[in-house]
Design a protein around this ligand. Structure first.
Ligand SMILES: [Zn+2]
Length: 257
């Protein structure tokens, strides 16, 4: 029963995230007007808007003009439901923490998809998330002291700001966006020092993997600019659930016996 409620809630909230991902970077109002087809601009009826189901019934096309609908829509809905279920199954003995985990992952999912498409990380999400999770650091059940989160947040942001200004000054270009600096506040505040280190290691690893693939097989050069937000989000996701196991694995790989 719990599972069904969570999945339905996740799918519906995910449907709202699709609206945020589309409208926030375009500076549009999130609540009004009702959803329209981006191709023919006709307002959608409620039965065109049922998460996943409508996409399948309409076979991925607009009901009016038959323009293809991105499969991002059902995927975001399914991912949100999956995240909700994961947070609950892992942290149900601490319901408040489970809720904050779900908020954390939701913000990261929306940020990652906006960054992929627009190469920006909106302040509403990075700084808004920073405020929420800096306050939450004082109640975090995993932290012995709230300063673990607060110091990690500001330390990591300072480090990233240093890298940012180094690139701008020395190389005359942005090595990473300033949005990534702001994102560090939220990640550090919620993951704490160990969790953030794991997230950054994974993000760099994923970034190198994808960057290397694009250079080797897609004819890109080293000047290739990839948004770092999606990799950070993915790293933070794995770190949130499996930081200890990942750290143990890294230690055992590098252990000198
Ligand atoms: Zn249409």
């Amino acid at each position: 029963m719990e599972i069904i409620v969570l999945i339905v809630a996740g799918l519906s909230v995910g449907s709202f995230f699709n609206v945020v991902i589309y409208r926030l970077p375009r500076g549009e109002n999130l609540a009004y007007p009702r959803s329209r087809c981006p191709s023919c601009n006709k307002p959608l009826r409620w039965f065109h808007n049922i998460p996943v189901v409508s996409f399948l019934v309409l076979r991925g096309r607009c009901a009016y003009c038959r323009a293809p609908i991105s499969c991002r829509y059902p995927l975001v809905e399914i991912a949100t439901a999956g995240m909700f279920w994961l947070c609950w199954s892992r942290f149900h003995s601490q319901p408040v923490h489970a809720l904050f985990c779900a908020v954390f992952l939701s913000i990261l999912l929306v940020l990652a998809l906006i960054d992929l498409e627009h190469m920006i990380l909106p302040d509403e999400l990075t700084l808004g998330g920073a405020v929420v999770f800096l306050v939450y650091a004082f109640f975090h059940p995993g932290f012995a002291s709230p300063w673990n989160g607060v110091a990690t947040a500001f330390g990591a942001a300072a480090l990233f700001a240093g890298i940012y200004f180094f690139y701008v000054k020395v190389r005359g270009m942005e090595g990473l966006g300033f949005g990534d600096v702001k994102l560090m506040l939220m990640l550090g505040a919620f993951l704490g020092l160990e969790g953030l280190v794991v997230a950054l290691l994974l993000a760099s690893f994923f970034g190198l993997l994808v960057g290397g693939f694009m250079i080797l097989f897609r004819g890109k050069t080293l000047k290739l600019a990839l948004p770092f937000g999606p990799f950070l989000s993915l790293g933070a996701f794995f770190s949130l659930f499996w930081a200890e196991q990942i750290l143990a694995a890294i230690r055992s790989w590098f252990a000198v016996e």
